[in-house]
Design a protein around this ligand. Structure first.
Ligand SMILES: Cc1cc2nc3c(=O)[nH]c(=O)nc-3n(C[C@H](O)[C@H](O)[C@H](O)COP(=O)(O)OP(=O)(O)OC[C@H]3O[C@@H](n4cnc5c(N)ncnc54)[C@H](O)[C@@H]3O)c2cc1C
Length: 501
């Protein structure tokens, strides 16, 4: 039998997606085949994407990265979740933390019991006081959870904010040390096999050719191969996620480093604030049908809490996803495969997941279409579940103070999300479509924060007496408060353990 194994993988693009693909492939393929990455400094990268989900830690861990070294080299800070301001209604403020609201009671989520108590006892403190991630964030404290021997106060996780350019550079060094070849050049054509249609080589503008067996398209929004060559098609989700523009600007860092992202709803979109060790990243995501770029720029600049360090950068996008991410011998990862706006920092997470599935379903040279079908099935589902969670933020609103918010309140949404909202509103239950995706606690935080309070209690939670329940909740709240009080202030933790030079 002839050897059908892939001899060379070519990655197109050296942004976050390109290097996040190169690093694990270099590790997992370990010399079995050549890996080359082509990037064009002339085109550059999108240069944003600085907030992540806790899964980034497992991605880094799978590469064997040293946490402290990674934090120092990427100017990273800790992220316990997102504070939402003015979402749902103006003046509203709530937290979506990485963690739960306490261990389940009698196999039911603890928040179900809180709901029951809060109906009877009007002075019941907010459920947020039972989310340790939220209490830490509100008190500006940080310490990592004890993940190996977790106790009752370890029901939280954390992610990072980092400098996207430094992260790509960090992974580039990692990948190149493991044999990945970096080629600088502008791709302006491809060669395809006349019968199979497989890509056989990239043509660079200066006349060079880069041959390969498998091509990973990490070329950003343009989707150079997946769209340019294979015409994958794009599901445009702008009708339910209308934001299509962003402006981003860094500013001087604030005196206090906060361990969370802030997302503030505005009249035609929302702004982000992402604290890094050396600066704060800011951006305004908006829909240009409801405001002008000039007005959007003013909203961004007026909201800065430090001196701007550059001119704002304009970005445009269409929210949606490629109909197929894997066609023949081309797999698209990153913005080339789709984009959901950065409200919940999900793009980098989808890159991690896609790279994991590429390794899991790594093909031979014939790139069996069954592998592509399976990859496409899973990535489609992932995009749809993330889409639903993000659409929820806009749809469930009582804001009617601008045309944008009136549009969001009235727009059509997928049946899956409609079911999710109604299920919670009527019963307090959450539909988990994707066990690897956002948890019941995440849905609870968002739905309650946006003002959806379940109408009925879970009928199986009335076995515990009120006194017993109140005692349980009071003591847990006290333990959380004391535990958080004993933690160091976030900035102090960073300066002691992982300050960038
Ligand atoms: C406003 C905004 C905010 C965001 N915030 C977040 C966030 O907080 N968290 C998060 O997870 N994600 C976020 N994202 C998404 C995140 O930025 C991307 O997922 C991530 O940067 C990956 O980008 P990429 O590598 O796919 O594309 P790019 O960074 O665009 O890289 C494309 C690469 O392809 C190369 N290339 C393209 N064409 C050619 C050619 N012809 N020849 C040679 N090379 C070529 C380019 O040189 C470049 O190296 C945000 C996105 C936007 C737009």
């Amino acid at each position: 039998m002839s050897d059908n194994r892939i001899r060379k993988v070519v990655i197109v693009g050296g942004g976050t997606a390109g290097w996040m693909t190169a690093a694990p492939l270099a590790l997992k393929l370990g010399g079995r085949c050549e890996i080359a990455l082509v990037e064009s400094p002339e085109i550059g990268t999108v240069g944003v994407g600085e907030a992540t989900l806790p899964t980034i830690r497992y991605f880094n861990l799978s590469l064997g990265l040293d946490d402290v070294d990674f934090i120092k080299k990427t100017q990273a800070t800790f992220k316990l979740g997102i504070e939402f301001k003015d979402w749902g209604h103006v003046g509203n403020r709530f937290f979506h933390g990485f963690g739960d609201f306490g261990p389940p009671l009698e196999h039911r989520p603890a928040y179900m019991y809180w709901l029951r108590l809060s109906r009877t006892f009007k002075d019941m403190p907010s459920y947020e006081q039972w989310s340790i991630a939220t209490v830490m964030a509100r008190n500006n404290r940080f310490a990592p959870p004890h993940e190996e021997m977790p106790s009752v106060t370890d029901g939280y996780s954390f992610a990072y904010h980092f400098d996207a350019g430094l992260y790509a550079a960090y992974l580039r060094d990692y990948a190149m040390r493991r044999g990945v070849t970096r080629i600088e050049g502008m791709i302006d054509g491809v060669e395809q096999h006349p019968e199979t249609g497989f890509i056989t080589a990239l043509k660079l503008r200066d006349g060079r050719r880069v041959e390969g067996d498998l091509f990973v398209d990490c070329s950003g929004f343009r989707g150079l191969l997946i769209e340019g060559v294979f015409k994958a098609g794009y599901d445009d989700w702008s009708d339910m996620l209308p934001c299509n523009s962003a402006q981003a600007v860094p500013c001087a860092k604030a005196d206090q480093l906060t361990p969370y992202t802030i997302s503030t709803a505005k009249s035609a979109g929302w702004t982000w604030r992402i604290p890094l060790q050396h600066r704060t990243g800011n951006g305004h995501v908006y829909c240009d049908a409801f405001t002008t770029d000039e007005q959007a720029g003013r909203v961004l600049m007026d909201g800065l809490d430090g001196e701007a360090l550059a001119e704002p950068r304009q970005l445009r996008f269409t929210t949606g996803r490629r109909r197929k991410s894997w066609i023949k011998n081309c797999v698209a990862i990153g913005l080339a495969s789709g984009f959901l706006e950065p409200l919940e920092s999900t793009s980098i997470n989808i890159i991690e997941v896609a790279v994991g599935w590429l390794v899991q379903y790594f093909p031979n040279r014939d790139c069996r279409p069954e592998l592509a079908d399976e990859f496409n099935r899973m990535i489609t589902e992932r995009y749809q579940f993330v889409r639903d969670f993000i659409v929820l933020h806009y749809k469930v609103t009582n804001r009617s103070d601008s045309e944008f918010w009136r549009y969001c309140a009235n727009m059509s949404i997928p049946d899956t999300l409609r079911h999710q909202i109604e299920l919670f509103r009527e019963t307090g239950h959450v539909a988990i479509y994707d066990p690897q995706g956002f948890s019941a606690s995440s849905y609870f935080s968002m739905l309650m924060g946006l003002g959806v309070v379940p109408k009925a209690d879970d009928p199986l939670i009335d076995t515990m007496e009120f006194d017993q329940l109140l005692g349980h909740f009071a003591s847990r709240r006290e333990i959380i408060a004391q535990t958080v009080k004993a933690m160091p202030e976030n900035g102090l933790y960073i300066s002691r353990h992982c300050a960038a030079p």
